[in-house]
Design a protein around this ligand. Structure first.
Ligand code: SF4
Ligand code: SF4
Length: 298
């Protein structure tokens, strides 16, 4: 694992509501009985805590454009993080949210657009517990210590605090965990030896670090281990109740080589795919201008 100050991106999860219910979603969309929407004050605190973080600050969900205060949040981010390249957005760009096109194009220097509309996007099983797959505990922690999500992706802030890993943050939300660290300046200066209870609690029931067979995101079916299915039933997961969970039985994967673009690496013409989604913004950018100049940020 790596220190948080070496990460390229730290995310702010503003909601876990989404228009999709992809297989093996890192935010477990569809498993919550009630979705969260981060309050504006918490978002401001989160951004303030990351002003001195050298990397990018991302707005993510679920689908962040479903948040009723998305624009106010985006404007605040723009006011506090001066460099546009340090402002990122992860979105499916829902059809009924095109009114945000002008704001999105102005605020964010990095757009990660993915509407999960093709069957070549493959998602790693998240809810297949490492501790149920790898009985040798030393080996299990070896896998976890080189987890690709933590070493290639992001820490995250949710309404429940700051976390060393975005998936751990989502697990804490799903399974009603103890919450993260206080959202305060310098929380992101922690090193792996300070991940403590968060790592101990969430990594053993997470499947990200284990070489498992991936599943097309459009299947809308989650791979789970028996112990995690019990956990999901205990929280009355709507998705588990609807039978959208499959007990994982496909063993370890050969040729399992995560890289930062792993989820998209099987998508032919990825640039065309991304362009198609981005064009939705192009078509709508002049529809509604935002009152940026009227906002008071500081
Ligand atoms: S679009 Fe993203 S957040 Fe929404 S269900 Fe799919 S993977 Fe999860
Ligand atoms: S919670 Fe999962 S994704 Fe995060 S570091 Fe642990 S094993 Fe990796």
């Amino acid at each position: 694992m790596r220190p948080l100050y070496e990460m390229e991106i730290i995310q702010i999860d503003i909601t876990n509501s989404c228009i999709k219910q992809c297989s093996n979603c890192t935010r477990f969309c569809g498993h919550h009985r009630k979705n969260f929407f981060m309050v504006l004050e918490t978002f401001k605190k989160a951004v303030d805590s990351l002003v001195d973080f050298p990397g990018m600050v991302g707005m993510i969900g679920g689908e962040p454009l479903l948040h009723p205060e998305f624009e106010e949040m985006a404007w605040y981010l723009e006011g506090r993080i001066q460099d546009q390249e340090r402002r990122g957005l992860w979105s499916t760009i829902p059809e009924n949210k095109m009114k945000y096109a002008a704001t999105i194009k102005r605020v964010f220097g990095n757009l990660y657009l993915n509407d999960h509309a093709v069957n070549t996007i493959l998602h790693q099983p998240i809810l297949v517990a490492a501790q149920e797959m790898v009985m040798d505990r030393e080996k299990m922690w070896e896998f976890i210590d080189s987890c690709w999500v933590q070493t290639m992706w992001s820490a995250s802030i949710t309404p429940k605090g700051a976390f060393f890993c975005e998936v751990a943050a989502a697990m804490d939300m799903l399974f009603d965990g103890p919450g993260g660290w206080p959202i305060e300046p310098d929380w992101w200066k922690r090193s792996p030896n300070q991940f403590g209870y968060q790592k101990e609690l969430w990594c053993p029931i997470c499947g990200c670090a284990i070489p498992l067979q991936r599943r097309p995101s459009v299947d809308c079916m989650d791979d789970v281990s028996p112990g995690n299915l019990v956990r999901l039933k205990r929280i009355d997961s709507p998705r588990a109740t609807r039978g959208r969970c499959h007990i994982y039985d496909r063993g370890f994967a050969a040729n399992w080589n995560p890289d930062p673009n792993w989820y998209m690496s099987n998508v032919e013409e990825e640039s065309e795919y991304r362009k198609r989604i981005a064009e939705k913004l192009q078509d709508n950018e002049d529809q509604e201008q935002t009152p940026y100049e009227q906002q008071q940020f500081l």
